[in-house]
Write a protein that binds this ligand. Structure first.
Ligand code: MYA
Length: 641
């Protein structure tokens, strides 16, 4: 290459680097949740509820109606579950509908819809079939289209977007055998080729959703470390990899408890030559790219979980009216009514969280990381409880498979399958524990920045005094504000019956921040490892977020005249249920048996209570005796290299 051309390229790439490094800092509005953890209930960040562009709403309605009709008429989820595969005809029809390019800009042949429309589409799909949800979501929530849209060069977009919009299935390859929740620990390597024009990729990715059916992958791999300020800095880089390239091997398809048709597998890379121009964003930015992609990616699941929960509610409503025991429909018995009431208002809150978070992405300039993590955690856990209650309400019929119900002439209501399909939501795309950890870190981050040195035993002498002065000055101004707020006064009047709940949220968020400070003072640097305590703060924050989202959405629906008064009743009920949880959470911060629990756990792990494991058959079969069931045999799947 000519020197001049090289120089031009270097300047271009530097300019892009600067612009892109700034991308995440271009937030014009802070995160509502971040503020909440800092004791500031800034409702103006979410209220009035962001509205969708009417032109898009009309265009989206047509697409969503078509998708709903298709799901009702053409998708046989029992067959998908039984056969472990989504047929090519179904995939082809979805391609024709544009369902593989919902968010891909129209200039590249996609539908060009917003995050909100995409979420609504995923709620529809999630209400019907989890495997189909995973196929579409792994492709466009985290697969190639999303990071390409955020970080791709114009050339990369021109080359790949139209193909992706037409339905070239893609996947996100991050997880490895020893790198799950901690992806930075990956060992897949990409080293520069001798000619400098490419990287040579080697390694193996595990549980790559869509991996066994994909044409394109976004692969995160270690690249040679860089020396920064005299220290070696680990580098992870993201690449677009074509499955058809020599050396890419789909080793096997993995099978799971549910989502029987998920195309998930082990992908091996053996000396795969990846052209330099297939680097996404820039060398060394791969982990950040993956985490940023996962932030918006995580917004899909809360909608899919809401969709599945709505199906559960329909099942319960019908069954509770129809089933008579002791002379009355079971829904009249308080034991069952309690579940139905809780289910309905929780679903309203779940939908409020999912729609609010998606709308904030669309409004732009908003730091969505915390809301996405919270939405993922809250909706997957609340949805799981709903599916579990549905199983309980359907009783034996819930536990029986749909095929067995049909065989003895009953309606094949698939609660058993729903339960198998739903459980993974608390694990993939960042487990509940990782979401809590991430949120907890962000919650204490504010205090650590102000007073971190004060509680750091390594900081001594003058530096400690400086830290004391800095923290003292800050807290002298900040702390009194945590006692004063409009939550004690008549406020939020425009919310009518819901105002009382918003005042509670306002008071509680100041209390949350105060209590965080006390916990920091009590535990010092050990707080970072006190996950049981930290997670209580996150759970309080989750309920405060859900209450806020529910009230704001109910108010918006009331204003629009769309089922408004019913929405207010549901929001009010959700808040009534959440308030005691918040109070209990606060009490438990300093009144708990965490130390005893931790001690027992360590004793168990050290083998002190092995006597407890006696008297059972246990796990005594050697692994090699486990043979795959015929339906799980890898030979069944076409494996390509
Ligand atoms: S995909 C795989 C899912 N895996 C994960 O989600 C991994 C979870 N782990 C993490 O998120 C991170 O490792 C954590 C970081 C949070 C633990 N946004 O030092 P650090 C920056 C932007 O804190 P760690 C799957 O399952 C941070 O500032 N940046 O790192 C698909 C720092 O940057 P800098 C972030 O201690 C399943 C750097 O990163 C974020 O390792 C299929 C390192 O940070 C963030 N969020 O902890 C899906 N976090 O160095 C199908 C950190 O510049 C879908 N950073 O300061 C199906 C859906 C629908 C189904 C339907 C059914 C009904």
């Amino acid at each position: 290459m000519e020197d001049k051309e090289l120089a031009k390229k270097a300047t271009e790439s530097e300019a892009r680097e600067v612009a892109e490094a700034a991308r995440e800092k271009e937030w014009t509005r802070p995160s509502f949740l971040r503020e909440l953890f800092m004791g500031r209930f800034d409702i103006s960040l979410i209220h009035p509820h962001p509205e969708q562009d009417p032109e898009e709403e009309a265009r989206a309605r047509e697409f969503l109606d078509k998708l709903a009709e298709f799901l009702r008429a053409r998708v046989d989820s029992e067959a998908i579950d039984r056969e472990g595969r989504i047929s090519e005809e179904i995939v082809e029809e979805l391609r024709r509908m544009g369902a593989f390019g919902i968010k891909i800009p129209r200039e590249y042949g996609g539908l060009g819809f917003s995050q909100l429309t995409y979420n609504r589409a995923m709620a529809l799909v999630g209400s019907k079939d989890g495997s189909l949800g995973a196929l579409l979501s792994a492709h466009q929530s985290i697969g190639v289209p999303q990071p390409l849209k955020l970080f791709g060069t114009p050339e990369q977009k021109k080359r790949y977007m139209p193909r992706l919009a037409r339905g070239a299935i893609s996947a996100f390859a991050l997880t490895e055998v020893h790198a799950g929740s901690d992806p930075a620990n990956m060992s897949t390597m990409a080293v520069p080729a001798e000619d400098g024009n490419a990287f040579i990729l080697n390694g193996e990715k595990l549980w790559c959703t869509n991996g066994t059916r994909a044409e394109l992958l976004v692969v995160m791999a270690r690249t040679p470390p860089k020396v920064v300020d005299g220290k070696e800095k680990r580098q992870i880089t993201a690449f677009i990899v074509e499955v058809g390239w020599p050396g890419v091997e789909v080793v096997r398809r993995c099978h799971f408890m549910g989502l029987k048709a998920i195309e998930n597998g082990v992908i091996r890379f053996h000396n795969v030559r990846v052209p330099r121009e297939n680097i996404l964003w820039k060398e060394g930015a791969g982990l950040k790219l993956a985490l940023i992609t996962l932030n918006t990616g995580r917004l899909t699941l809360p909608s899919a979980a809401t969709g599945a929960s709505k199906t559960a509610l329909e099942i319960c409503r019908r069954w509770c009216n129809e089933r008579i025991q002791w002379g009355v429909p079971i829904g009249k018995h308080e034991a069952i009514a309690e579940k139905i009431g809780r289910m309905a208002s929780t679903i309203f809150a779940m939908e409020s969280i999912a729609e609010l978070s998606a709308s904030l992405v669309d409004r732009g300039g908003y730091d969505i990381r915390l809301e996405a993590a919270m939405a993922k955690m809250f909706n997957s856990e609340a949805g799981w409880k709903i599916v579990d209650d549905t199983m309980q309400i359907r009783g034996g019929r819930g536990y029986e498979t749909a095929a067995s119900l049909a065989a003895r002439g009953e309606e094949p209501i698939p609660v058993e399958r729903m339960m198998r399909d739903f459980r993974i939501n608390l694990i993939f795309e960042g487990s509940s524990e990782i979401m809590r950890l991430f949120l907890a870190r962000e919650a204490v981050d504010f205090h650590l920045q102000i007073a971190g040195d004060l509680i750091n035993p390594k900081v001594r002498g003058k530096a400690k005094l400086r830290a004391l002065l800095k923290a003292g000055l800050f807290y002298a101004r900040w702390y009194p504000n945590l006692w004063l707020g409009k939550g004690y006064l008549p406020s939020f009047g425009e919310f009518g019956a819901l105002a009382t709940h918003l005042r509670f949220v306002e008071r509680s968020c100041r209390k949350l921040s105060r209590t965080l400070l006390y916990a920091m003072m009590r535990h010092g640097p050990r707080l970072e490892r006190k996950q049981m305590t930290l997670f209580r703060f996150v759970d309080i924050g989750a309920d405060l977020f859900a209450m806020s989202a529910a009230c704001v959405r109910a108010q918006m629906l009331l204003k629009k005249g769309q089922d408004g008064s019913e929405a207010v009743r549901l929001a009010d009920h959700f808040c009534r249920l959440a308030r005691p949880r918040v109070k209990t959470g606060f009490h438990a911060v300093f009144h708990n048996d965490d130390d005893a629990t931790y001690k027992i756990a360590q004793e168990v792990l050290a083998g002190k209570h092995l006597w407890m494991e006696k008297g059972v058959a246990g796990l005594h079969h050697p692994l090699h005796e486990i043979v795959p069931a015929p339906s799980e045999s890898p030979e069944r799947e076409p494996i390509h290299t």
